[in-house]
Design a protein around this ligand. Sequence first.
Ligand code: HPA
Length: 271
Amino acid sequence: MSQVNACLVVINQAAKGFMPQVGMVLGSGLGSFADQIDAIASISFDDLPGFPQAGVGGHAGRLVLGQIGTARVAVLQGRAHYYEQGQADVMAVAIQTLKAIGCEALILTNAAGSLVTEAGPGSVMLITDHMNMTGVSPLFGAQGNQRFVDMTQAYHPSMNEAMRSAAKASNVTLHEGVYAWMCGPHFETPAEIRALKVLGAQAVGMSTVPEVILARHQGLPLCALSIITNYAAGMSPTPLSHEQTMAYAKLATNGVEGLLKAFLETYKAPL
Ligand code: HPA
């Protein structure tokens, strides 16, 4: 049996007949959004074959199934990163499983550094495009023509539009920009950040892009939010640290949670 099918068996035992509409991945510091779910099941990643081990601080490592408002959701509380084991496809089974249990759309979240002064720590950015600066793909080794994924409009225009409306409804200032994926786990150098600015990035982080590629490979429409936890290297005298990332992610939590709730309350399947 494939790992995805093995996961389907486990999920079906825990939540028989449940068909989520929206899959979500909660990044660093955002795990508490799972408390908003009217949960019918919560499954540890350890019980889902091929799901990542719960890793970095702030990541619980659970799949939570249930409702937020009228939307049925399947929420990954925690994710794994390329930098943990050097495996770009570490989220492959998790993303394929979200598709297999019926998700028709995906919302990805992360913590990121800002390259623009307007978007300071604690603010929220809608990712409108990305740059993969790592030189690796989660689709290395994939077979068939489907692996040649079209990445134009990877961030779905109508989901982006719905997120803009949700931001207005929830009174959240929503910045927009291009996210550069750097491999981590070290932070960037000031020279790298200057280079990324020239290339046209507004945010930088160590996650999400492999999940975007995997989701598009599955034909899943998606949108993605960055919680800005710091100005990127060289832009502020504050030293960069994971503790700072977690502290500022918490600071932005209320706004982001309101935004996500507003999005889900008016959720319609992306056209
Ligand atoms: N760089 C990379 N990843 C990050 C950052 C950063 O400045 N902040 C939060 N995640």
